[in-house]
Design a protein around this ligand. Structure first.
Ligand SMILES: [Zn+2]
Length: 240
């Protein structure tokens, strides 16, 4: 695309940081152009037109002017404001982990239509649900999108149908009694993992919070960290 052109796009604000006295850099995951860094001029002044619309988690329709080094935000209209998320510290923390994960996965110059769709979907689910499973469900689906869908239906080592009693990141899923290694997992957490990855997320979200939900949260967070670290290491190796 030629420099100096205007683009209309939709995006989620992943993070922002200060630039000079009054401006802010906004990092967006956009539907059409992947991860974009753009300057929002004057947003830190009190009379800014769109400062409040460009906070982390904001889902916006934007017009971007493609500058020489950085894009410039020339318009921003809210699509989703996620008021319930922003009013609740637990949900803010979950949303922040979603944004960080998307930020770490998305490389500039590539497009991520599916990740974008999943992020918007997860934020909308979070807006309507206090379930502790919204975040781990997003993380598990991100892993699947990256080609690391954990095996949760049978033992990842020997294929046995169960009972499945442990979860191991290196092996890539649940393990039976004979193959067990990694973290012990309760039968309730196994059932939740199977619902989330088996297309029955709504059923899982309708359940009251339980210790099993926290187990799943912990497993999913650690799996994503494990995957991201391994990827960062492989990128570092390729760079040398
Ligand atoms: Zn086994």
């Amino acid at each position: 695309m030629a420099k100096g052109t205007l683009h209309r796009d939709e995006g989620v604000v992943l993070r922002t940081y200060k630039l000079g006295e009054a401006d802010r850099i906004v990092v967006l995951l956009t539907r059409g152009r992947g991860k974009v860094r753009a300057v929002a001029k004057g947003v830190r002044k009190t009379k800014s037109k769109f400062g409040a619309r460009l906070e982390p988690t904001s889902h916006v329709a934007v017009q971007l002017y493609e500058g020489r080094e950085l894009d410039i935000v020339t318009q921003a209209e809210s699509i989703d404001q996620f008021r319930a998320v922003r009013a609740d510290l637990d949900r803010i923390a979950r949303a922040s982990t979603m944004l960080e994960t998307a930020d770490q996965l998305a490389q500039q110059g590539e497009v991520y239509p599916r990740l974008y769709q999943m992020l918007v979907g997860a934020l909308r689910t979070l807006e309507g649900s206090e379930s502790p499973l919204v975040l781990p469900a997003f993380l598990l689906k991100v892993l699947a999108l990256e080609g690391y869908r954990p095996e949760v239906e049978r033992c990842v080592q020997c294929g046995d149908g169960g009972p499945l009693v442990a979860f191991d990141d290196e092996s890539g899923g649940l393990l039976c009694r004979s193959c067990r290694r990694g973290t012990a997992v309760s039968p309730e957490a196994v059932a939740l993992l199977q619902r989330i990855l088996g297309g029955r997320l709504n059923e899982a979200l309708a359940e009251p919070p339980s210790p099993a939900a926290h187990e799943v949260d912990h497993l999913a967070t650690r799996s994503v960290e494990h995957h991201l670290e391994r990827r960062l290491r492989s990128v570092t190796v390729l760079d040398h």
